[in-house]
Design a protein around this ligand. Structure first.
Ligand code: ADP
Ligand code: MG
Length: 691
């Protein structure tokens, strides 16, 4: 008897050699094998009479051999050519390289069932199946087998094991599987949502019965699919729900918000906050006042105004006698936050410090000493904040900007510098909300879903290299009006390996073309001070055109810049293009984003450009991005730290995901059943890898 956790080598037909192959593809247990679910199903149950075959149709036929022969060809080796008849008509079946097939097996009168796509043989004016799947029947054989005469599962080949072989291995595993495998999903949930039990699901997902709906199966929408997808999501959501409950019961730093503090928060505001900014601040304040530590994600599209909300939270922390730390992914962004902090928090007389790499030893030691003594209230920095031996006197608030650029570990490292400090992470990550919900499932979510007033939407155009002159005239016009311009290149320098325009070359050319304008170059290989000088000068309006690489991708905020020209836009992903475009359109002036590409583009690049032109909504773009990657191919999400699923697909199955989240919350709230769940859960967590 096999159990789900039995080693896959005990499945009939596997053995040590195949087991090694399967292991190399991550299939180690019987459960792993059974979760290698079909990628499609074919209806081979209904036999089509030969007289009614149509070209292009996938058909199963049941016929007798009329005649067979082997032809020797020059280009294709031996071909086995069999003519079949069922009394209604004739059809050819041809197998190339069919040397392994024996003519004598296909002797006249032999009964055969076969499945394949109907083709038309121009030379013989006959219908033909090329390399069909087939089965030779014994005299009084039932025409039912694993491959023919039913809904047949089609598997992705893996480790050199064909679809047909998988069918046999899996059938064997199901046959020998213990009848009483335990089902981790509570009956209550199964009954509520009409999910079949685990054993039934595994049986029918591989070998559906005639009454099952083929269409649903192929859409991964059968009750069996839905249940397995739900289960993957449910276990993940349970973990998140439990983490939420646990962090609620932890003692954290508790802030007060008196009238005086509220007043001070108001004094820093350079503008009226939007309704969304106000609402999110309220949500943050509720957390700050509560006895448990805040762990909140502030999500808002590029330019929605997250920074000021973060500064409001900083004021509350400092007024409560605590220190606040703000971490950003790039030096440029940390620098910008520092400049903003000086301006915005200036009137409150806080002591500010910026921690970055490459500062002189004496200066650094002085800074670290002041952070440790509590003299500095607000510390801003890059990764250096966690890497340097920064010790805080009394860290009460941790803020992480552009959180998707950091890993969970880095977030935890910074948090560990205080005692359960309140934590706010910010992101414009253009992933759909449903994805954010799982990616950041243990965080509470606040969304800024409104742009500050007075912005005119950014216009986006596509231009090819021969339009360069026209584009330069447009830019000249904007410069004439006193606006500023970004030009972004994919690489710093020309190289022999790839034929790309580079920032360094571009800088030379543009300096020529725009003689008399102040053009500056910015890229990651410059020294910290050089970067800082360029950024400061651009922000102060002392530079007209900033020629750069993607170092300016996130966070940079200069309201007077109205043109974003992206060279080789075909080289960038949608998320990146969206972030880059978000550098303009930050003031009252109409802004323009120009996507420059060569004239020849591949399909995906073209669709990306079209999507950029069609919408400025980051969430919409994220969905397009996932669709362009194609379902199943979630490699892109792997990098972003999203959990991986075996069957579930975050994009296609978002509706089941929210169902799972609701159920998980409901189950965790019923605390007396928690123990049982944790048990079931830990037995099955191999279903998912939690990021
Ligand atoms: P992001 O959410 O991308 O980090 P920022 O916080 O950098 O956006 O804000 C973008 C720009 O909008 C900044 O110049 C900021 O000063 C401005 N801004 C933010 N909120 C408002 C508001 N309520 N009214 C007017 N301008 C605002
Ligand atoms: Mg920002």
């Amino acid at each position: 008897m096999l159990r789900l956790d039995s080693d896959v080598q005990y499945v009939k037909g596997v053995g040590p050699r195949r087991a090694a192959l399967l292991n190399s593809r991550g299939i180690r247990t019987v459960e792993d094998l059974l979760l290698h679910i079909p990628r499609a199903y074919q209806d081979r149950a209904t036999f089509v009479p030969l007289a009614s075959l149509r070209i292009g149709q996938d058909a199963a036929v049941h016929a007798r051999v009329y005649r067979s022969r082997v032809m020797q060809t020059r280009t294709r080796g031996r071909i086995l050519d069999v003519i079949l008849t069922d009394g209604s008509s004739f059809v050819h079946a041809k197998w190339f390289h069919g040397a392994y097939l024996q003519t004598r097996d296909f002797h006249a009168g032999r009964e055969v069932v076969l499945f394949g796509r109907v083709d038309f043989d121009r030379y013989e004016s006959k219908f033909v199946f090329f390399n069909p799947e087939f089965e030779l029947l014994e005299e009084n054989d039932e025409t039912s087998s694993l491959d023919i005469g039913r809904y047949v599962p089609i598997y992705e080949e893996a480790a050199g094991i064909t679809s047909r072989q998988f069918r046999r291995l899996i059938a064997g595993a199901l046959k020998d599987l213990a009848k009483d495998i335990s089902d981790p999903l509570p009956d209550d949930i199964r009954n509520t949502h009409g999910f079949p039990d685990l054993k039934t699901c595994l049986d029918r997902i591989h070998f559906p019965e005639p009454k099952d709906d083929l269409e649903e199966l192929n859409q991964r929408r059968s009750p069996y699919h839905r249940r397995l997808i739900f289960e993957e999501f449910f276990l993940l959501e349970l973990i998140y729900a439990l983490r939420r409950v646990q962090s609620r019961s932890m003692d954290g730093v508790r802030f007060e918000t008196t009238d005086r503090i509220r007043q001070r928060v108001k004094t820093i505001l350079p503008f009226h906050p939007t309704a969304a900014q106000k609402r999110v601040l309220m949500e943050i304040v509720d957390d700050l006042k509560a006895p448990y530590p805040m762990i909140r994600l502030m999500q808002g599209d590029v330019g929605s105004g997250k920074t000021i909300v973060a500064f409001e939270a900083i004021v509350i922390a400092v007024e409560n006698g605590y220190q606040a730390a703000l971490m950003a992914p790039t030096e440029i962004l940390a620098e910008q936050h520092f400049i903003n902090a000086k301006r915005i928090l200036g009137p409150l007389n806080y002591r500010l410090g910026v921690v970055r790499r490459g500062i002189k030893k004496a200066e650094r030691e002085d800074l670290l000493a002041k952070i440790a003594s509590g003299e500095i209230n607000v510390v801003i920095g890059t990764h250096a904040l966690i890497e340097e031996h920064t010790v805080f006197k009394k860290l009460g608030l941790v803020i992480i900007d552009e959180q998707h650029r950091f890993g969970v570990v880095q977030r935890l490292q910074l948090m560990a510098k205080g005692e359960n400090p309140n934590t706010l992470v910010m992101t414009a990550t253009p992933i759909p909300r449903t994805l954010a919900m799982t990616l950041y499932g243990d965080l509470d979510l606040s969304v800024i879903d409104e742009m500050p007033p007075g912005r005119s939407p950014i216009r986006t155009i596509h231009a090819v290299d021969r339009d360069a002159d026209r584009i330069h005239r447009i830019i000249a016009g904007q410069l004439q009006e006193g606006r500023q311009v970004y030009v972004v290149y994919p690489v710093i320098e020309e190289s022999e390996k790839v034929d790309l325009k580079s920032a360094t070359e571009g800088f030379k050319k543009l300096s020529e073309i725009f003689k008399g304008r102040r053009v500056a170059l910015l890229h990651g290989r410059l020294k910290s001070e050089e970067k800082e000088t360029a950024m400061k000068a651009f922000a102060a309006g002392e530079i007209d055109m900033l020629v750069s690489t993607t170092v300016i991708e996130v966070g940079v905020d200069v309201a007077n810049a109205t043109v974003m020209l992206i060279e080789h836009a075909e080289r960038f992903g949608l998320a990146q293009l969206h972030q880059l475009r978000g550098r303009v359109g930050r003031g009252a002036h109409q802004s323009l984003c120009i996507l420059m590409t060569p004239s020849r583009l591949n399909d995906v690049a073209r669709q990306r450009i079209q999507a950029m032109i069609a919408t400025t909504d980051g969430f919409r773009l994220a969905e397009v991005d996932l669709q362009l990657r194609g379902p199943g191919e979630m490699a892109g999400t792997r990098q972003s730290g999203l959990p991986e699923f075996r069957i579930a697909n975050l994009l296609l199955d978002s509706e089941i995901l929210s169902l799972a989240q609701k159920e998980a919350q409901r189950w965790v709230d019923r605390s007396h059943e928690r123990e049982k769940l944790i048990e079931a859960l830990s037995a099955r967590t191999r279903f998912v890898t939690v990021g």
